[in-house]
Design a protein around this ligand. Structure first.
Ligand code: NAD
Length: 375
């Protein structure tokens, strides 16, 4: 296909969106586009025509496709929201960018840094925006914690500890065997379903809250057999050191408590984190699920503990707000979070973790990034 260069968005325009992939996460990814007064879901596309038609009916969408190329040729859209399995992200995003569409790409953006670099170049050549969507950075308790840190509430951030508690199967969202299959297969997922796919969120949080980039990582990852033909990468324990003269460390632990009920309207898993600073401590006590009946954000400082209760803490909020932010950014001509450069850093951490676990050694981020520069 010839390259179509994108014209700037005119004042007063509506952002017309085509959604590619109408599976599990489309339930939440639609929220911002449905709500924003200057956005409209104009087309949907999925290999599964019945699913695409069902989504079109739910969302009041006029055009339904089963092939991306046809949607790109025929639908009057400005943006393609890509919600397909990871091994297809690079191909799908390249096609959309070459057709002159802005792209919102779910995390992890690609399986390799090379794939992401080629997408970044394709976006620049087409004059299009490429944003990588990582929803934890829009989750209101995380945003509140970040505001508190920026305001000096814990002094200088020194350490972050993240925990993911996975509970028994069958609670929470229904996941189809097809979705489960591509996620559990490292070739289609890009790595482990836990440490690469979910890990992208946690490594992004490790970067979101701290003033320096990660410098070196170490990971223990146990692969647990599930039935006769699937394996999952957990439990896992990852630790890292940040760059800079101040000694700063972080860690992420994933525990599979397969007999434990995790209350959740989404995945049967929850995430929480603890941030220590030079003068205080912050906790974010929930994210994907509703595991602990605790205030979403708690601050300790000067002998006093303060709880922040009045925060929108349903996980869906992070998708809704992330969608609205993307549309606002396109309309305002600003770079939306997360830029490809930011995504590259987080992806490099996920790749370093995989290498550390497989080679049983500490891995530097420089090693991963320099390898890519070398080819
Ligand atoms: N931010 C988050 O927390 C979060 C959570 C879940 C999923 N995701 C991301 O969203 C994306 C989709 O995940 P999911 O769980 O919804 O997967 P899913 O398997 O439920 O949905 C994927 C859909 O893509 C369709 N599809 C596959 N190939 C296609 C093609 N060539 N053309 C058109 N449609 C095609 C499938 O038919 C399916 O309906 C992934 O990148 C995943 O990592 C993010």
């Amino acid at each position: 296909m010839d390259l179509t260069r994108r014209e700037p968005i005119e004042a007063g325009e509506t952002i017309r969106v085509g959604i590619l992939g109408c599976g599990r996460i489309a339930d939440l990814q639609c929220l911002g586009y449905l709500e924003h007064p200057r956005a409209e879901i104009r087309a949907v596309c999925d290999l599964d025509e019945a699913l695409a038609r069902r989504r079109a009916q739910e969302w009041g969408v006029p055009q339904v496709y089963t092939e991306l190329e046809r949607m790109l040729d025929e639908a009057a859209i400005d943006v393609v929201e890509i919600l397909t399995p990871h091994h297809l992200h690079a191909t799908h995003a390249t096609a959309a960018l070459r057709a002159g569409k802005h792209v919102s790409l779910q995390k992890p953006p690609t399986r390799t840094l090379g794939e992401l670099d080629r997408l970044t170049e394709a976006a620049a050549a087409a004059g299009c925006v490429l944003r990588v969507f990582e929803n934890f950075m829009f989750y209101p308790p995380h945003v509140k914690a970040r505001e508190l840190i920026d305001a000096g509430a814990i002094g200088e951030p020194l350490s972050i500890r993240l925990k993911t508690a996975a509970g028994r199967f069958g609670d929470g969202w229904e996941i189809t065997p097809q979705t489960q299959a591509w996620r559990m297969n490292p070739a289609t997922c890009g790595g482990g379903a836990t440490t690469f796919d979910h890990g992208y969120h946690c490594f992004n949080m490790a970067r979101f809250f701290m003033p320096e980039e990660l410098e070196r990582v170490h990971a223990f990852v146990h692969w647990t057999q599930l039935g006769s033909d699937q394996r999952i990468d957990g439990p896992a324990l990852v630790s890292w050191k940040y760059a800079g003269d101040v000694p700063r460390y972080g860690s992420w632990e994933v525990i599979a408590s397969l007999g434990m009920r995790v209350r959740s309207d989404y995945y049967a898993s929850d995430d929480r984190l603890e941030l220590h600073g030079s003068e205080g401590i912050l906790w974010v006590n929930r994210c994907t699920g509703k595991l602990l009946d605790e205030p979403p954000v708690v601050l300790y400082r000067d002998g006093e503990t303060r709880a922040f209760h009045d925060l929108a803490c349903d996980w869906a909020e992070s998708f809704r707000l992330g969608g609205i932010d993307f549309v606002d950014a396109l309309l305002a001509g600003r770079t939306p979070a997360q830029s490809p450069g930011e995504a590259r850093q987080t992806l490099a951490v996920a790749l370093a973790v995989a290498r550390s676990a497989s080679e049983a050694r500490e891995v530097t981020l420089a090693e991963i990034l320099e390898e890519r520069s070398a080819g």
